[in-house]
Structures are given as structure tokens and as C-alpha cells.
Design a binder for this molecule. Sequence first.
Ligand code: MG
Length: 351
Amino acid sequence: MTAADAHPPHNVRAPGPTAHDATAPAPPRVTAAGPAPHDITAPDFTPHAVATVLGSAVGDALGAPFEFGPGGAFSARFPRAGHGSEMCGGGGWDPGEATDDTQMAVLVGESLLECGGLELPDIFRRFQRWAAARPKDIGLQTEDVLTNGEPWDRAAALHFQVNQRAAGNGALMRAATSAVHFAGRGRDATMDAGRRIAALTHGDRAAWEGTAIFHEVVRVALAGGDPLTALPDTLAAVHPDHRARYATVLAPDWHPDQATEFNGAVWPCLGSAVWALRTTDSYEEALRAAVDIGGDTDTVAAVTGGLAGAVYGPDAIPRRWTEPLHVPLPGFGDRVLGAAELAGLARRLAA
Ligand SMILES: [Mg+2]
């Protein structure tokens, strides 16, 4: 599961004015000379890493009550940005309650810290323990892979052999913690880690590549680059068999209406998140746009929130969204993480 084709490292330049944020001041974390390709040791790297993890969790909780609903439902209920109690709960979720997306991301993050690195069997065991505790929400495929009794390195592949459909967004949705942890290792290392963790539950390489792209986009943002400008280079590092399909959904003129699958699939989910980032100018607006797409709103917003958090940093995430945030961890006692615990986890992962 290594990258099939190696490419020279991409030099991430300091962000200048772009079509994306022509009016935004350059982030202060970048020196005038710009960062070295893999230099994310600038003083305020950690806050943006925290915002990646926190931003994803907030998106998950914000979108959960609207899951499987129609497009436009969020803005119809909350027409004015910056106002209202958008962390409204519903559909079985308490206000601010994060779902499987964030729960699994926490499990990955805690495994990385407690094992001192990537121990795939340990992550798989934590996933199994969590799945056995019957979480409120779990993807059908993820549940099957985690409960079919097969070993960690065969369960997902066997599921894919039998079902031939395994390109859901269930690996992409939980990637914020690992993306933060591996961002300092450079492009190839972070994309490879993304692929390996995705493969624990998803046998389809399309899911690996989508998760790898998310890892790299976060890395570029944390390095002070513009992840949208860097997308062509990111795509060059995608497995050739999957490059064209991702190029389509990540193209500047792609719109979620053009999706050819439900956004529970990995391609339109990632494409929609990047679209939400590209077509807005703030964390809050990106998240409003993501939830308003409808469909798999918790996951599209979790992915969007991770990207927008990495780009805009923690001060951009509304406090009225982080205050009610909480992450139950089924299978792990009565643990419930709040925003402060999530931020602490992110800080340790970025250290
Ligand atoms: Mg979910």
C-alpha cells in the first residue's frame, strides 16, 4: 500500500493573493521567504492543527441533525450567518453531539499517541471495541468489516471481494487526527498513512486515495500554503487509476449538483468539501454551504470542517458551535470529550 508512483516533492510556496481569498491578509505564520516544503515548525502551526480536529468535529455535530435531508434545509432554518442556535440537535442527536466520524477520528488519534506511531492492528482493535458497543451511527460497510471476525489485514479486502462496492466516505470522514499527526512528515508519508488507515475498513482504493488527498490538503494548509492552488500537485500524487475521477470532482468549476453518486460516496463527498471551501471566505460560511448541500451532511461537513479549520485557524470557529460540542466514545466507559479535550488531543498529535 505504498504510493504506486513517486513524484518529486512539491514546493509549497507562501500564499499570495489568490482567487480564493484575494482580500485576506497573508497568514502571519509564514515567513516572507515562505516555508520549506515540509517545514511546519512555524510557531502557530499547532493552533491550525487544533482547528483541523476541532473544525471537523464541529462540522460533524452541526450536520448530524440534517443527515439525509434535502438541500437548502439548513439555510431555510438558519437564514442569517452569525446568528442562531445552529447546534440544534435532532434526528436522535443532542445539540452539539458528534457522531461516528469524530468518534473514530478520536480512536485513531489516541492510538497514534499511545502506540507512539502507526500501529494498524491497534487502531483496528479500538474500532472493533467501539463497534461492539453499538454506537448510534456506524456505516454499514464499516460495521460489517469490524464485526465479520476476519483479521485486521484481511477484513476490509474480503468485504470488497464479496461486495465490490467499498468507496464510501467512511474512511475520509475520520481523517482529521491522522492528517494532523502526519503533516510534519511530508507529502508522501502523510498520504501513505492516510491510505493505510483507510484500508482498515475500506477495500476499495478509491477510498484510500480520497483519504490521502485529504491528508495532503491539510498538510499544505498547515504548512502555510494555499491547498486549492496546490490541488494539481496533490492530484499528481494520486494513484493513476484514480486520478481522473478525483480531478473531475476537485476541478474549480465542479459543483455538488454534478455529482454522479450520493455524497455518501468518497468522490462527491471530498469534492463537495473542497467546493464549500473554494466558494466561501470563512470557516462559518464553508460549513453553512456544506450542510446546505443535504444528503450525508454530517460527513460532508466533517470533511469541510477539517479543511476549513486547517485554513482559517481556531479563532474562525464560532464559540457558540464549540461550546455545546461533545464526543461520546461508546465502548470506552463513560468518556465524553468536549472541545477542550479534543484540542488537547490535537496539540499532542501535532507535537
Ligand atoms: Mg456520522
